[in-house]
Design a protein around this ligand. Structure first.
Ligand code: BES
Ligand code: ZN
Length: 640
């Protein structure tokens, strides 16, 4: 008992770094002689999170228990969040994050009212909810409801779904939106287990990033209730919910897909390799620790390509190309089950630890499953994206071209660019090349094990790298330049640049076209999606209407069903004010709301004088009502 208390206190002292799992482990009575040494110093993996009001050193949430009803008419979730609290001795309050929540009351576990106050609203952070804690309070219960405009939630009308008959709801928590539907400490360093009971209209189903306890739901007054539990502690941005007319199909023994019934066949076919992906990932970096791995294919307004919600990746339907050519996105979200969901960026300044590691790992899964050439093509596309992104953030001296970000006074979203993904991946490739793949893979696997269920900072990673890979090899450290990679802007000279032989052939065809060869004469037989993407990206930025017409006609580009190829084509078309592509552009922008596609197209339109600006305004007027707040928020800043 004594031991447990001390461990708990150490955790509180260590601020955000302590997961409930660590407390539980420490509580396991071990014989004194073999007691493990005290946890290594946490100073390098702790960090104050400027994007949360929480003061976990005083009192922190360890477990969330939701009992919510989804009211589609009012576009509100309403009910209670019971929070288990671990408080330091003498702590008299706990501070939670909220945003646009209506708080109806706070009690202790026995129902006795507790005092609470909502602080002033900050445009980025929302409002702190401070609850007074009487001594010995272990659990508080917040009764609340969400706003119809909650940033994390999108309430879809039946018209916005594939089936057109039922409404739909989904959440998107990353980065700091969970506080708009759950009053908790919304910081990635404050891991929490969770359980939930979600009541929905009888004809709908609820799914969450957790173990599903009631696959068919339970009949309750006014609907069906679904219960869930996740007993592994996760950062709150990974708590996720979707409600809709959902069907399920198994893909393998521990994998499956949820989507609307009319999307099930296509989705299951596209995702046929998911079971093998999990095995490939495990083969690389150790056991998958979350039990099942399912994918939810959402309606087209889902603002991201994918979101790595534990046990249940959320994915855009724009990956359904019909030929499985865009499944690297699933490899990416799956890889987050290690990088991000197991070892988690301590704050959003360390976002690259989630995305850079995951982009690297994604590529390794693709290589293991589909071979080095496909992986090289994907990595090369990423490398080109990195060059463009360095320019977009202001060039190689720009602060936002750094891995470790300075986000003071900013919405974390502002710093979340491809730099984290592609410069991060390039850094890890460079370390891999310096030490050799075998040594690197062994290190990375041990890194995930050592740091599982813990937050990680950039400094913490560098310290881990020094302790467990570089050792005292000063020459190796100098050769890699780890500090420069982590903290300086631009792309270091020693970056390992991916090379694809297939792309060299594609580039020569793009040159031939630029030099006057007709599109029909180009050698494009057998090209994969990635080769088409590279081809369109390698064409001269300025093309004549005749050249665009030739390309469009020869390759049927405006009728392209592959969203990535269509996107690359539409960028080219808009940049050159190519009027015949406008109907396809309008169709694309009004039929899906993935921010990665939507935002650059509106930005390019706005850069094209009155031709583009008036198009942008008229298309956006039609498209905006269908977009998720994440997407419309970004496009508002461009078009308005
Ligand atoms: N975790 C991200 C999505 C995200 C990032 C949401 C930042 C909110 C804030 C996810 O894993 C991701 O990176 N998705 C990419 C696809 C991936 C293949 C690069 C996307 O949505 O485009
Ligand atoms: Zn990611």
């Amino acid at each position: 008992m004594h031991l447990m208390n001390r461990a708990a206190l150490a955790c509180i002292g260590a601020l955000a770094a302590c997961a409930p799992a660590a407390v539980a482990a420490a509580a396991d009575p071990a014989p004194a002689a073999t007691a493990p040494p005290a946890a290594p110093t946490t100073t390098t993996t702790d960090a104050r999170d400027i994007h949360s009001f929480a003061r976990p050193g005083e009192a922190r949430v360890t477990h969330v228990e939701l009992d919510l009803r989804a009211d589609f008419a009012a576009k509100r979730l309403a009910g209670t969040a019971a929070l288990d609290v671990q408080a330091a001795p003498g702590a008299r309050r706990i501070v939670l994050d909220t945003r646009d929540l209506t708080i109806q009351g706070v009690t202790d576990a026995a129902g006795a009212p507790l005092q609470w106050t909502l602080g002033t609203a900050d445009t980025v952070l929302g409002r702190p909810l401070e609850v007074t804690l009487p001594p010995e309070t272990r659990r508080i219960v917040v009764r609340y409801q969400t706003s119809p405009t909650a940033g994390a939630l999108q309430w879809l009308t039946p018209a916005q779904t594939a089936g057109k008959r039922h409404p739909y709801l989904f959440s998107q928590g990353q980065a700091i939106l969970t506080r708009s539907w759950i009053p908790t400490q919304d910081s990635p360093g404050i891991r929490q287990t969770y359980a939930a009971r979600i009541t929905v209209p009888r004809e709908l189903r609820a799914v969450m990033s957790a173990e599903m306890l009631t696959p068919e739901g339970e009949a309750v007054e006014g609907g069906r209730a679904f219960r869930f539990r996740l007993d592994k502690p996760v950062p709150p941005y990974l708590i996720a919910l979707a409600v809709g007319d959902l069907a399920f199909r198994a893909l393998g023994p521990r994998t499956g897909v949820y989507t609307e019934p009319s999307m099930l066949e296509r989705s299951a076919n596209e995702l046929a390799d998911v079971e093998k992906m999990v095995a490939a990932a495990e083969g690389l970096y150790g056991p998958y620790r979350w039990g099942r791995y399912d994918v939810l294919v959402l309606p087209p307004s889902f603002p991201f390509g994918g979101m790595e919600n534990p046990r249940l990746t959320f994915a855009t339907p724009t990956i359904l190309a019909g030929d499985r050519s865009l499944v690297s996105l699933i490899a990416h979200e799956l890889a987050h089950s290690w990088s991000g969901n197991l070892v988690t960026n301590a704050t959003w300044a360390d976002f690259w630890l989630n995305e850079g590691f995951t982009t690297y790992f994604e590529n390794r899964i693709m290589e293991a499953l589909y071979g080095p050439e496909r992986a090289a093509m994907l990595a090369t596309l990423g490398w080109h994206e990195l060059q463009d992104e360095v320019t977009a953030v202001g060039g190689p001296a720009a602060p936002d071209s750094r891995l470790h970000l300075d986000l003071s006074g900013r919405d974390p979203d502002a710093g979340m660019t491809s730099i984290a993904y592609e410069k991060g991946a390039a850094f890890l490739r460079t370390v891999e090349q310096a030490v050799g793949r075998a040594r690197w893979d062994a290190y990375l696997r041990s890194y995930f094990d050592r740091n599982a269920f813990k937050p990680m900072t950039t400094a913490g990673f560098l310290a881990d790298l020094r302790a467990n890979l570089i050792g005292g090899d000063a020459e190796l450290e100098r050769r890699i330049g780890i500090e420069r990679w982590a903290y300086q802007p631009g792309i270091p000279q020693n970056a390992v640049v991916p090379r694809s032989n297939a792309f060299a052939r594609v580039a020569s065809q793009a040159q031939a076209f630029a030099a006057g060869t007709g599109a029909a004469q180009l050698q494009t037989r057998g090209w994969t999606t990635q080769e088409w993407q590279h081809f369109l990206g390698a064409l001269p930025k300025q093309l004549t209407p005749a050249q665009l017409a030739d390309l469009g006609r020869a390759f049927g580009l405006s009728r392209q069903g592959n969203a990535e190829i269509l996107f690359a084509w539409l960028q080219l078309a808009v940049r050159n004010r190519y009027q015949p592509a406008v109907p396809a552009l309008e169709q694309f922008l009004t039929s899906q709301g993935r921010r990665k596609f939507v935002r650059p197209l509106f930005a390019e339109l706005m850069a094209q004088g009155e031709w583009g600006r008036s198009l942008a305004r008229s298309i956006y007027a039609r498209a905006r009502p269908g977009y998720h707040p994440v997407t419309s928020g970004s496009v508002d800043a461009i078009v308005k």
